[in-house]
Write a new protein. Structure first.
Length: 176
């Protein structure tokens, strides 16, 4: 196992060098999307509407941050259970999604799509949202503001600590 400092714009080219169990300190642009946002994104995909962010090469964080306190970039921002997005993930991975960040195991269909697309699934530490927020330097709502905490946000990560849970070779921490 290795420790890697990685920028989000490098994931597609460096995913093959990552293995399940590696520690990654991720920096760069990440988009939040949870259940309600995923449903709207998929509806937009199906109807040919503009998407809130480019899927190809994107990193999605399954999170719904709490309101932002004064003088901070974001409120508590821990991961949501990823399995709730499994119905949407294979299609997004087929569209070029580079990585997902969440917690918990994924379905076989998602694991297969990760391998097929050369993507990666990272796990963040659940229950440590306040600590995780210290690694987020910017937060901007970019779509679906009416969804509140589930709106789509563009975040800037700075050395956000993650573990590679499922790699693009089929390695899977949940199966070990």
């Amino acid at each position: 196992m290795q420790t890697v400092y990685l920028n989000t714009n490098e994931i597609k080219e460096k995913a093959r060098a990552l293995s399940a169990g590696d520690t990654v300190y991720l920096s760069g642009t990440v988009y939040t999307s949870r259940d309600a946002a995923h449903k709207r994104i998929m509806s937009a995909v199906e109807s040919g509407e503009a998407l809130p962010y480019p899927i190809d090469g994107a990193v999605v964080y399954y999170a719904g941050p709490t309101p932002t306190p004064p003088a901070l970039a974001i409120g508590s921002c821990g991961p949501t259970t990823s399995g709730r997005m499994d119905v949407y993930a294979p299609k997004l991975l087929d569209m070029g999604l580079a990585a997902m960040v969440g917690k918990g195991p994924r379905t076989k269909a998602v694991c297969d799509a990760i391998v097929k697309g050369g993507a990666v699934y990272f796990c963040a530490i659940g229950g440590a949202g306040a600590l995780a927020s210290k690694c987020i330097t910017e937060c901007e709502v970019i779509a679906y503001d009416d969804l509140g905490c589930e709106s789509v946000k563009r975040l800037t990560f700075k050395d956000f600590p993650l573990t590679v849970a499922i790699d693009c070779h089929g390695g899977n921490l949940f199966q070990k």
